[in-house]
Design a protein around this ligand. Sequence first.
Ligand code: ATP
Ligand code: MG
Length: 376
Amino acid sequence: MGSVIIEKMTKQFGEFTALHDINLEIQEGEFFALLGPSGCGKTTTMRCIAGFEQPTSGKIKIGEKEVEKIPANRRNCGMVFQSYALFPHMNVFDNVAYSLNIKQLNASNPVKQLGIYARLLSKRLGRTPKDIQEKVMKILKYVELDQHADRLTSELSGGQQQRVALARALVMEPAVLLMDEPLSNLDQKLRHSMRNTIRTIQQDLGITTIFVTHDQEEAMSMADRVAVMDKGNIVQIGTPTELYSNPLTPFIADFVGTSNIIDVEIVEQINGTIKLKGDNFLLQSTNTIEKKQAKAIIRPEHIQVLPYDTDVNKEEVNVLEGIVLMSTYLGPTVRYDMKVGDQEIIVDTTYSSGISIFEEGRKVKLSIDHGRVLLI
Ligand SMILES: Nc1ncnc2c1ncn2[C@@H]1O[C@H](COP(=O)(O)OP(=O)(O)OP(=O)(O)O)[C@@H](O)[C@H]1O
Ligand SMILES: [Mg+2]
């Protein structure tokens, strides 16, 4: 059983509280991401689960077992670090086989242990048993490194080293795979392809995976569910679409994708529509809110840019007047910085050839569905 349950976990380092009352329930087979800015407590949470750090209070359960008193090497967690932590003097095969050898060493009688020590010290004194050889080669094939089994890890590319680290964790058949920023040393293109590799392997094996990142795109594209952390607290847990469409706070709206976060005053509420006043412009929203002052969250891609002379029915959608401050061509999209009243707003539009880009200084109309103006 590879579920992970954390109840009321707190971690203090002296006077400093790194984790405040964390609660998490991660299902067996789930790909779960911890997302948050630097220093919010992601690694500390992982280290507590793996057993490298002892929580100050609270409970951790892996499967049916409470693990507080179980040492790290018996928690059945595989860990992949940002730095990979490979042995540079060993080849790919030996890096992956190493933990299996150690496991066998711990379980063997003294005579057998001598043989294993000899094997670990020098490959010439004794051969790797068949069962270990088969396991290692199977997993190396899986991460497409079977052709490089004899290469020293110091001779591999970043992506290949990353896959050795993954293979080394997976070969132990852990109940839970913990990955702490495993892709942050890779270049953009390799990150994308490794995301797919990791996700595919995780799905194939059905292994419970906790993935730490401060890259929202990485978390959103890979995980079944994401917990957003801020200053040692978990501030929201949800599927990527839930977090994107219903962020609970401006911090989450800003962290999970790009958002326009606009201070508004509630003017009146009629028939399920709220009239709002921004900085020299008016808006309407079909969301509900009980406050007088609120933040309106509008995603850049939910705003349509139209030529100024377009006739739009103001009853059905928000129609705002805007001036283009800057346009940035990004290939499939064009990003506009707009001035609306005294507010600056970001707008993303899809670009297709033949469509002209609104130039800087141009007056335009912006249309936004009432339902796309989220109030927090
Ligand atoms: N051993 C320690 N002693 C004292 N403070 C620590 C220790 N380990 C972590 N901290 C503090 O706890 C907080 C959380 O650290 P943690 O490493 O969990 O952050 P993180 O979310 O993983 O950040 P990053 O994205 O930069 O890796 C930080 O303020 C950090 O300085
Ligand atoms: Mg960290």
